[in-house]
Design a protein around this ligand. Structure first.
Ligand SMILES: [Zn+2]
Ligand SMILES: [Zn+2]
Length: 329
């Protein structure tokens, strides 16, 4: 079987290898995650096999719950369900969640799934859900986790900074959760247009043109930069929540005026990845027709075009790029 070995953005190789394991899945489609386009992040992992937005087909299963041929969503991590973090529902802090992973990664013809993951977070996909939507369960689950942490209410005046694929999902979910108003910010007009037309948010701006007269009670920061967080702090109302949706590089620091944060009671809340709870909600939202993340797919490539796919994915005109590895339903 073939899999991708990523060294850097100029050096992506498809390698041939054997694959063994108790639970094996033939990958049908896998999306390129925005996180896999962050230079510092991939540098810290390379050489590695990226890919964690996966739909596939079971080709070997040791448990009755899954039969050969079942079409499944595969999460790349799962919690132990019994440690102190798990008891508190802090699934992504669980050591097992952090340690266990699928092998080698989603950009592979076949992947091996460890026991804890196939027991906790492999989900059968209903026939009427397309491969395109099923492979986007994982990113939608990350959005759902962020929105759940934000705990939105009908009085919230929301700002979404960054209207790439994740910002668009966050925007749409805020509307679904019934907040009062959503305003989106992005430098690129194609993204602002999609936010208006697809996510149906109320207003869109380039960050340059906003006058800061309006303040927000809930702000979601997508871009992984200190500048984006500083922009969020300028938008924040008293008692607002700022959700950090993406990590800044480990060497960067934000200077905070704690006096201002304290007296204005501003909460800064990180939301990292997602859990088996969020993936179930995501699958439910997709299968009930509440949200169709595949609407945002702008490019689809075959596995042998993966070099081109990663190049295209780094262009702001691309919203979502997915790789067809053996699917297409
Ligand atoms: Zn991701
Ligand atoms: Zn645990």
């Amino acid at each position: 079987m073939k899999f991708l070995l990523f060294n850097d953005f100029e050096n992506l190789k498809i390698i041939e290898s054997e694959m063994n394991g108790d639970f094996l899945v033939r990958v049908r489609m896998c999306g390129i995650c925005t996180g896999e386009l962050m230079d510092w992040y991939v540098k810290s992992k390379a050489p590695y096999t990226p890919g964690h937005e996966i739909v596939g087909e079971v080709i070997k299963s040791p448990i009755d719950k899954f039969k050969v041929g079942d079409r499944v969503f595969v999460h790349h991590h799962a919690p132990c369900l019994s440690c102190e973090y798990c008891k508190r529902g802090e699934w992504t802090a669980c050591e097992t969640w952090r340690k266990l992973k699928i092998y080698p990664g989603g950009f592979s013809e076949i992947i091996s799934i460890p026991k804890n993951i196939y027991e906790v977070d492999v989900l059968r996909v209903p026939d009427f859900v397309s491969d395109e939507d099923a492979c986007l369960i994982e990113p939608l689950a990350c959005s759902i986790k962020a929105i759940r942490k934000a705990n939105p209410n009908s009085y919230d005046n929301c700002a979404v900074i960054g209207l790439g694929f994740m910002g668009l999902l966050n925007s749409k979910l805020l509307k679904i959760f019934g907040v009062r108003k959503v305003i989106g910010f992005d430098f690129h007009d194609n993204r602002r247009d999609i936010a208006k037309n697809w996510a149906k948010i109320d207003e869109v701006y380039s960050p340059y043109e906003f006058n800061f007269n309006e303040k927000f009670s809930l702000i979601i920061v997508g871009p992984p930069t200190i500048e984006a967080i500083e922009f969020a702090l300028k938008l924040a109302d008293k008692a607002s929540r700022i959700i950090l949706f993406a990590p800044t590089p480990p060497s960067e620091f934000l200077k905070l005026n704690i006096n201002y944060i304290y007296f204005n009671e501003i909460s800064i809340i990180p939301s990292y990845s997602s859990s088996h709870e969020d993936t179930r909600i995501a699958l439910n939202f997709i299968s009930s027709g509440l949200i169709k993340p595949s609407d945002l797919i702008t490019h689809k490539f075959n596995f042998d075009e993966i070099n081109k796919a990663f190049k295209v994915a780094r262009d702001p005109k691309a919203i979502k790029v997915i790789i067809n590895i053996g699917g297409g339903r």
